[in-house]
Write a protein that binds this ligand. Structure first.
Ligand SMILES: [Ca+2]
Ligand SMILES: [Ca+2]
Length: 425
């Protein structure tokens, strides 16, 4: 089912881009098009590492009348089977040329990134993770870096749907690792302190934890209380006039008739400011962003009934008619539940230790190699010295046994004496 949800999302993304650029496309059919500049795409950032490429490909594809028509008339099943990707064979030469260009740019971008990464790893003495590198190329066929083919579109659709599904999950995992690294560093730091200092440090830690947990009540995200607070404080409107439809239109900032992820997340800023202040030692802004993500996911789950990762006006109005909208449960903030277990922290630390051990082994190898090179160099130097001594004594002997008289022939001893030391230098 996730698959069809994602395909729906992709389709919406396409349709959306389509509506956006429609007047431009109509103009282009009347006049023969001049060579188009590559402009940044207008649709919403997906947050994927190949976001720009994805959106540019979609923007250009929907400029092709044939492809646009197919996009409207192909059902989900067929998109799943890759039939939409096959329609690429029928798009105009002009669009195909643009797609080729986009792909070449994308391949170059990836190559540059990988080069930078390899250089950085090289400096740290780390090896390159080839699996991870190959993953960066999954959204296109890198075996053919020059032209954009059916396989490229097929891969792009599959990667985007799959990666968007896992995007939030990966952000949660990154956050968890961040928290475990923070705790690991704290414990390591404690180990370096004497008993008294350690006790003080522990007390301070508990104190700021308490300070952080002490904040005004958080409204349940997406509840009437929460939205009314935005309406009153951010929009400066009278709470008695609260109207869901007006609220929706006010906060659909790009005016496309949907709340996307960014527009939803913006609604929680008021709540988050109750808990997080960037000037306070006890408030971690990374945690604030994790909280924002949790709130958005929660509201999406409750309100986005057709699971296209967008909240339509209808879905929004429907949600405001539910009992939970008026009488919501409380909301548990991040600090009220553990982010990781001790077991997970232990595994994380073991992983860190293994990485450090690998690095140490590699460093040891390098040290040994350097010692060996130095030893060889010393041997060479010793040999050179020996030879030089031989050369010097030979020169000395030659000088003193040779007749000082110029013999008038080709046998110039002074020249030979000069040559010997310079040979050994
Ligand atoms: Ca919107
Ligand atoms: Ca929806």
């Amino acid at each position: 089912e996730w698959w069809s949800n994602n395909v729906i999302f992709f389709l919406i993304l396409c349709l959306w881009a389509c509506l956006d650029a429609l007047p431009v496309a109509v103009d282009k059919t009347k006049v023969s098009p001049p060579v188009e500049e590559l402009e940044p795409p207008k649709s919403v950032d997906t947050g994927l590492h190949y976001d720009r490429y994805l959106r540019e490909v979609i923007d250009f594809l929907e400029k092709d009348p044939h492809f646009r028509e197919k996009l409207h008339n192909t059902d989900m099943e067929d998109i799943k089977l890759g039939k939409l990707a096959k329609e690429l064979d029928f798009v105009s030469h002009h669009v195909r040329t643009k797609l080729d260009e986009l792909k070449r740019q994308e391949v170059n971008r990836l190559r540059t990134l990988i080069k930078v990464k390899q250089d950085m790893n090289g400096e740290k003495g780390m090896t390159v993770d080839h699996q991870a590198l190959l993953k960066q190329f999954e959204h296109l066929n890198h075996m053919n870096p020059h032209t954009f083919e059916v396989e490229d579109l097929d891969r792009l659709i599959k990667s985007a749907t799959n990666d968007l599904e896992n995007f939030d999950k990966e952000r949660h995992e990154d956050f968890k690792r961040y928290e475990m690294a923070k705790e690991h560093d704290r414990r390591e730091q404690l180990k370096t302190l004497d008993e008294d200092a350690r006790k003080k440090e522990e007390e301070h830690f508990e104190e700021i934890k308490k300070k952080h947990a002490d904040h005004p009540k958080i409204n349940h995200p997406g509840s009437q209380d929460q939205l009314k607070e935005v309406w009153e404080e951010a929009d400066g409107l009278d709470p008695n006039d609260f109207d869901p439809k007006t609220f929706f239109n006010l906060h659909d900032t790009n005016g496309d008739g949907y709340f996307d992820e960014q527009e939803l997340e913006a609604l929680f800023t008021k709540e988050l400011e109750k808990v997080y202040d960037p000037t306070h030692e006890e408030d971690d802004m990374m945690e604030m962003e994790e909280e924002r993500l949790r709130m958005r996911e929660h509201v999406m789950n409750e309100v986005d009934t057709n699971r296209d990762r967008l909240v339509s006006l209808d879905e929004f109005i429907m949600a405001t008619n539910r009992k939970e909208f008026l009488e919501p449960d409380g909301w548990e903030t991040l600090e009220q539940n553990p982010i990781y277990t001790e077991e997970e922290l232990r595994e994380f630390e073991e992983h860190l230790a293994r990485e450090e051990q690998d690095l140490n082994l590699r460093t040891n190898d390098l040290m040994k190699q350097r010692e060996e090179l130095e030893r060889q160099q010393e041997q060479l130097n010793a040999q050179k010295m020996e030879l030089q001594q031989v050369g010097d004594s030979f020169a000395f002997t030659t000088k003193h046994t040779a007749s000082p008289r110029h013999d008038g022939g080709g046998n110039n001893t002074t020249a030979r004496i000069k040559v010997i030391p310079s040979f050994f230098e």
